[in-house]
Every structure is written in C-alpha cells, then in structure tokens.
Design a binder for this molecule. Structure first.
Ligand code: AMP
Ligand code: MG
Length: 409
C-alpha cells in the first residue's frame, strides 16, 4: 500500500504544464494567465475629478466663509471625455463633471453640494478647500510599466476589467486540459435504458464529465469500453487520435480476473503503476502514461471514482494549467452529531456536510450516512470529505475534524 500523498507526488512528477495560447479578452474568464501583464499607460491616465462640482485654485477660496462668501465667474463646462480648452486662471472657476480631466491651473474640486449658490455664470463658495480635494491622480491604480496581473492568476471578472483597462485585447493563457473519459464494464447500459438482469446505468461518465466541466477542463466523453482486452486496446488507441491532454477510465482495475483495463494499460503504457492506495474509498488506482498522455485508471465504484478524481486527477489538471488550487481546501470543523463507523485500517475520506454557524462562529460538520464506495446518494448531499485516520472508528460530538471542501471549482 502507498500513501495518498506519495501516490499523488509520483503522479504529479510526470505532469508537464500545457503550452500558452492566446484568447480574446471576452473568452478569458476563468482561464489562467500564462505570463504577467504590464501596463503601457498610467491608470488613471490623467488627473481627474471624483465629484461633479467646480474646479478651482484653492488659494482663491482661502478667505471664504458663510459670513464672507467668495463668488467666482464660471468660465467653462468640462465634461468627461473632453479636456478644458484652456488653463484655469486666478479668480476663475470651471464647472466639471465626474471623470473629466482637471484643467491646468486648478488644484481642487468643490462638489456642487458644497457651494452656497450657483447660476449659469457664477458660483459662490462659503468655505476654503484644501489643495488636492476630490482629485484622482494619474497613475494611482498603475504606473506605466507596472505588472498589473502576474502569471498564474486565475482570471475573474475584476481581472478581466483590469485587462480591458490596460488595453489587453488578446490574453496569453494556459491551455485548458482536454480530458477523454471512458467508463468500462459489460454491465453498463445507457441512461435511457430500462434495466434488465445484471445491468446498471452508466453513472460515472456523467459525474466525471460534469466534474471536469465545473473544474474548467474540456471533457471528451468516449464510448464505454467492453470487458475485452482487444476492445479496450482499440478504444484507447482511438481516443489517442483526439490528442487529449489526459485520459480517464473508470472500472476494470481492481484485483478481479476480469479487470482488463489494468492489463491493457500496462501493455500500452509507460511507467504504469497499479496501486493499492492507503485510503477508502479509492484503494485501487492505475496511473501512468499512454502514448505520451497522462492516464488515470479510476475505480468503478461511483463514490470511489469521484474521490479518486478529487485526490489525484484534480491536482494533475491544475498543474497542467498552472493553477494553484489543485488540492482541496482544508478546514477544521466541529462535529455536530457523533457517528460510529467500521474501522478499515486505511485512511478514510467520509462524505459530510459543513456549514458556517454564525452563532458559534465556526464551521460545523454533519457526517452523512451511506459511506460505501458503491453508494452515490450520500455524495449528492455532501460538500466535504472528512479525513479520518486508519485507527479511528468514530467521530465524537464536539470534536474538531479535518475536512476537505468539495464545492470548489
Ligand atoms: P469494477 O472496478 O469494474 O469491478 O467496478 C466496480 C463497481 O463499480 C462495480 O459494481 C461496477 O458495476 C461499478 N461501476 C463500474 N463502472 C461504473 C459506471 N460507469 N457507472 C456506475 N457504476 C459503475
Ligand atoms: Mg468492471
């Protein structure tokens, strides 16, 4: 048996990041930046006003008070997008709207609501104003040449706004992994089928394809591989023609005689490892390279298949794309209701549900029933995996438990 961490480290050692590609800005959401982006402009590009009001020379208002109001002539209206036609001279004011450039000569903005009175030709002030008031300075966000976003940034909506601001219309990002998914087994029938004796519907294909999509990979659903070495060989070779970045199969890797995926992967692949991982669910695992493509033979049991995806495939896909969120986020949570379960002599990853309890100001955990590797219903209600040591057979109410959060990309 190999520890989860050791198996994962060996898998990750083989993974090579995908090359960069360029995408239009509007398609860059949730992509990973392949190289840092610098600004060729100062942002904001010019000093501008944060308020609608009047541009003034603060010295002109030095003596203003309610008792001694200071009237100034309004010589121009400056709207956003159009600079003033001339500099502001001493003893003048210009009406100015938010975002408009500060005219030369002005050093402060007095908002409309701070003026005593205003009509077309003149404005009256009843208080002094400090230099710089309500002026947004050029370069406050970024200076020319600043790196605005660094390589490896996962691009969210605000980051797309930053790229737009600095004029980055074509964005260098890492390729999204294209992942082929095969399920396997003679018992599998399509979802729309009525069940006949011995048959079950193929659920792994749907959960894995959905998982990949949510992760931001590009799933390539492939036909079910029948339990026959030649059929599996043909199926995997055909899949290589698609040029995938990874291949996943489910089923056919446990110790049973009919577990052909294991055999064919060994025959076609390089560095193929048939593992017994010290974890439950997800003990059987096959990994290696087939035709130069990372290969993951996941268990057929539906819960095991999803857990193995989270523990082994997700970090590998993250490394391909240069993402930093490959490992499930780790938290501590207070056990709400105790639960006893069979000790299996392996690390257990139990399905659970965590939520933040406002009154206790901590995460609280409800372990779920139905923990068998073949049971999917509890997974549908789970949002975390509870990490339980090999020698442990209970979670006691009030204990702190280690949880790995599932409801993340
Ligand atoms: P195997 O590793 O092929 O022996 O499969 C282990 C268990 O998972 C068996 O009970 C299979 O019927 C079940 N199984 C395998 N593949 C799937 C699948 N795609 N969808 C649902 N159950 C599956
Ligand atoms: Mg099978």
């Amino acid at each position: 048996m190999i520890s989860l961490e050791e198996a994962r480290a060996q898998i990750l050692a083989r993974i090579v990041p995908l090359g960069p590609v360029t995408v239009p800005l509007e398609e860059a959401l949730d992509r990973t930046l392949a190289s840092g982006i610098r600004s060729r402009d100062a942002i904001p590009p010019f000093d501008n006003t944060a308020m609608d009001g009047f541009a003034v020379r603060s010295a002109d208002l030095a003596g203003a008070s309610k008792a001694h109001p200071t009237p100034l002539p309004v010589v121009e209206l400056i709207e956003a997008g159009r600079p003033a036609s001339r500099a502001l001279a001493a003893g003048e004011a210009m009406r100015i709207l938010t975002g408009a450039p500060i005219p030369d000569g002005a050093d402060a903005i007095v908002p409309f609501e701070r003026c005593l009175s205003y009509d077309d030709g003149s404005v009256t002030f009843g208080a002094p104003v400090a230099p710089g008031t309500h002026i947004r300075r050029a370069g406050e966000d970024f200076a020319v040449g600043d790196e605005v976003l660094s390589a490896g940034t996962r691009l969210g909506p605000a980051a797309l706004g930053v790229l737009a601001t600095v004029g980055c219309a074509h964005v260098p990002v890492r390729g999204r992994p294209r992942v082929a998914v095969h399920s396997s087994g003679d018992e599998l029938v399509p979802v729309e089928s009525t069940l006949t004796p011995g048959k079950i519907r193929n659920s792994n294909l749907y959960s894995l394809v959905a998982r990949l999509r949510r992760w931001g990979a590009v799933p390539i659903p492939r036909p079910v591989l029948r339990d026959d070495c030649e059929a599996i060989r043909r199926g995997l070779r055909a899949t290589l023609e698609f040029g995938p970045d990874a291949i996943i199969t489910t089923g056919g890797i446990s110790a049973g005689d009919l577990d052909y995926i294991r055999e064919v992967a060994r025959e076609l692949g390089d560095e193929v490892q048939v593992r017994q991982v010290d974890m439950k669910p997800g003990k059987p695992l096959v990994d290696g390279m087939i035709g130069g493509v990372p290969f993951f033979g996941l268990p057929g049991n539906p819960a095991a298949c999803l857990v193995s995806f989270e523990i082994f495939v997700r970090p590998a896909l993250a490394k391909m794309e240069g993402r930093l969120d490959g490992l499930l986020p780790h938290r501590r949570a207070r056990v709400l209701a105790g639960r006893v379960f069979p000790r299996v002599g392996r690390l257990q990853l139990l399905r659970g549900r965590v939520e933040y309890d406002e009154s206790r100001q901590e995460l609280v955990l409800s372990p779920l029933g139905g923990q068998g590797s073949h049971l999917l219903s509890s997974f549908a209600n789970a949002n975390c995996l509870v990490r339980v040591g090999a020698e442990v057979d209970r979670l006691n109410e009030g204990d702190l438990a280690d949880v790995l959060l599932l409801d993340t990309p």
